[in-house]
Design a protein around this ligand. Structure first.
Ligand code: NDP
Length: 229
């Protein structure tokens, strides 16, 4: 079985993905911006000797992505599951003061990053499932108010990147989906969120395990229910 690669794995949902994948015996490549500061991940590596590789990745930095791809090739690792989890949200946006930088940074991290990383790792993907962590805020059909526009627009772009990647990888038996994790209590989701990272990731892993070729290019909730584009 190939490795599972999780981006943004030093905290939040990414760290929980690493926890749960390791707990069920999988081999994990966990990426984060600053491995030297990723204490929880380092502890996890000690608890699962030989099962966790921690590598640096800053999205969508071209050199950083290329270095990660090179390292994975040098280590001759194959990837069976790629979780494009890393993402950012600019809080407190109001119409009238939305900033170009917020839009650009959100698009770069949330949409361009996952697309470019998946492209760079394509040769290492082995009949892989690629999971892009999207959001209901990225659903154009479900949009009912002005809410975090930079983030919402970037996640809508990620949804299109999901469809594009689904076409690109279909020939290699890849399955590419966008999954919304629900509203989850993390640094991003905040303390009022109703769902724990544990429960969200457990539900997403059940959904990911059940994915078939028929799901390629779909936008799903954490429990696998379809979400309108
Ligand atoms: P957190 O803010 O808790 O963690 C975000 C992670 O992404 C961190 O590891 C962060 O690294 C990393 N990251 C952010 N920007 C970059 C970048 N440019 N390059 C590399 N790494 C980066 O978020 P969550 O765990 O809550 O969210 C995980 C995913 O789930 C995101 O894609 C988010 O949009 C999505 N999501 C979350 C929801 C929620 O309610 N929590 C709801 C809907 C979607 P660092 O520590 O270095 O900053």
């Amino acid at each position: 079985m190939g490795h599972a690669l999780v981006t943004g794995a030093n905290r939040g949902l990414g760290l929980e993905f690493a926890h749960q994948l390791l707990a069920r015996g999988e081999r994990v490549i966990a990426t984060c911006r600053h491995p030297g500061r990723a204490l929880a991940l380092t502890r996890l590596a000690g608890e699962h000797p030989g099962h966790l590789v921690i590598l640096p990745l800053v999205l969508p930095d071209t050199r950083s992505i290329a270095e990660l791809a090179r390292e994975i090739t040098t280590l001759d690792l194959r990837i069976g599951l790629l979780v494009n989890n890393a993402g950012m949200l600019v809080g407190g946006e109001r119409f009238g003061t939305i900033e170009a930088k917020a839009l650009q940074d959100s698009f770069a991290a949330n949409a361009a990053g996952p697309l470019l990383l998946t492209q760079a790792l394509a040769a290492r993907l082995e009949r892989a499932k690629v999971v892009n962590l999207s959001s209901r805020l990225g659903s154009i059909g479900g949009s009912e108010s002005l809410h975090s526009p930079s983030y919402a627009i970037s996640k809508a772009a990620l949804n299109m990147a999901t469809r594009q990647l689904a076409h690109a990888l279909a020939g290699e038996d890849g399955i590419v989906v966008a999954i919304s994790p629900g509203w989850v209590s993390t640094d991003m989701g905040g303390a009022n969120a109703p769902m724990s990272a544990h429960d969200s990731v457990a539900a997403m892993l059940r959904t990911i395990d059940a994915l078939t070729r028929a799901d390629n290019g779909r936008f799903l909730s954490e429990t696998g229910a379809p979400i309108p584009w």
